[in-house]
Design a protein around this ligand. Structure first.
Ligand SMILES: [Zn+2]
Length: 424
């Protein structure tokens, strides 16, 4: 108990996805957000983005948002290869996660400068650059100029109001994106690549508002009724959480003796892309119902959350027992959002044991824990998993800027340590 209590921080949190106005900055790393209000999850109108190609400089320079996850809502030509880009949200109110993704190219090689503006929001995501839409690198810092920079380390106040980016362009498109692109097509390619393994299946468990598939990966090759549940990407821009989830799942699917033995005892159910409409439409946060899906685990007004609810109910009827649930997200820095052990009692201790073990394997990055003492309303997936299916559950958050090799390592270590604990 001693070691468990040491990790239970005092902050009481009802809800978990960051809300910048409440974020606290300290010298000891990101401390998490304060409670979020209860909101209705009845569908609201969404501004569908105009998609197409903008043409400038006597039809020699072009911008496009016409691809999966593209977002660019307007452009002005300020002369001399300077442009102002307007990035707007699908609807409001919405939190500060202005996603953007566009391509730019020209007939005559040149250098363009783009001022990025975000309506009432600020610049959260450091630009990523790609020449093929698959491999991304952060923009060279020499080509990045914050305008009206923020103060502090975390949250909206720490973000610049605008940024100006300078990029050399040529006939071959250059992608400029908030994070790496993982739209539904690329995610499906990954799902299919895993599904060639004899112990992996994938199937649809529902459809999104715009009729995209909600895919479920089932990993394991036994008749066991012991299971874990993993979900990811309720919030479209949270690619770093997705990347950690990807590594986590690949580790469960690997051919190590540990993973092989684990798959004899456990079935893993994974929904890697909970919000395919939001992701493919380049949304900042919501689904096509204009709703934050991670507020809908009590009301179930949206098809994406309802598909997981129905799936879990079906599995419960089939006598599956869930021993762990993880929901991967991204925020200002790595942080764990478990339920406090004072409310989960003995059942939830494994979560803290697991966090401790991951920390011991990865001492280079101290990661805070912000535990919630409130179980109801369930509203968020973690609470729903625990209250309705009795599974120890956590929101596993990765930083927007956490180095990608570390994300991969953390996903792997998290899987290995979970397998170790559950096989005890
Ligand atoms: Zn999130």
């Amino acid at each position: 108990m001693e070691s468990i209590n040491r990790y239970v921080v005092t902050a009481t949190m009802v809800f978990i996805v960051f809300s910048c106005k409440n974020s606290k900055k300290t010298a000891t790393g990101y401390q998490g957000q304060g409670p979020s209000p209860i909101v209705s999850t009845v569908s609201k109108p969404v501004q569908k983005q105009w998609k197409g190609i903008w043409s400038f400089a006597d039809s020699t320079t072009f911008f496009s948002n016409d691809f999966e996850s593209g977002r660019l809502n307007g452009l002005t030509d300020d002369d001399n290869d300077h442009y102002t880009a307007l990035i707007t949200a699908e609807n409001t109110p919405i939190n500060v996660s202005p996603w953007y993704a566009f391509k730019v190219w020209t007939k005559f090689p040149r250098t363009v400068t783009i001022k990025m503006t975000y309506q009432d929001s600020r610049s959260r995501y450091y630009p990523k650059i790609s020449k093929d839409g698959y491999n991304f690198m952060p923009l060279d810092s020499a080509n990045f100029k914050p305008i009206n920079p923020g103060q502090g380390e975390y949250g909206i106040k720490a973000a610049p109001e605008f940024v100006e980016i300078t990029i050399p362009i040529d006939e071959k498109p250059t992608w400029v994106t908030a994070q790496e692109l993982y739209g539904s097509t690329r995610v499906k390619q990954w799902v299919d690549s895993l599904s060639v393994l004899r112990f992996v299946k994938n199937y649809e468990i529902g459809k999104s508002k715009e009729n995209r598939a909600i895919h479920l990966l089932e990993v394991g090759n036994t008749n066991t009724k012991k299971a874990i549940m993993v979900i990811s990407r309720q919030h479209p821009p949270e690619v770093t959480g997705f990347l950690a989830m990807k590594s986590f799942v690949e580790t469960l699917c690997s051919d190590t003796p540990q993973a092989i033995a684990f798959r004899e005892k456990y079935t893993m159910f994974i929904s890697p892309l909970m919000n395919p409409d939001g992701v493919d439409n380049g949304h900042w946060r919501h689904n096509m119902g204009g709703v934050d899906l991670n507020r809908d685990w009590e009301q179930f007004n949206q098809p994406e959350t309802s598909s997981i609810r129905d799936f879990l109910n079906l599995k419960s009827e089939e006598n599956y027992v869930f021993d762990f649930g993880i929901d991967f997200h991204s925020t200002w820095d790595d942080i764990y959002y478990p339920l406090d052990s004072t409310v989960t009692k003995k059942k939830g201790e494994i979560v803290f044991e697991w966090i401790k073990n991951i920390g011991q394997r990865l001492p280079s990055k101290k990661t805070n824990i912000s535990a919630s003492k409130n179980l109801r309303p369930t509203m968020v997936s973690r609470n729903y998993f625990f209250v309705n299916h009795n599974m120890p559950a956590i929101v596993f958050e990765l930083g927007d800027n956490t180095p990608r090799p570390f994300l991969k390592l953390k996903g792997q270590v998290a899987a290995e340590e979970l397998m170790k604990l559950l096989m005890k």
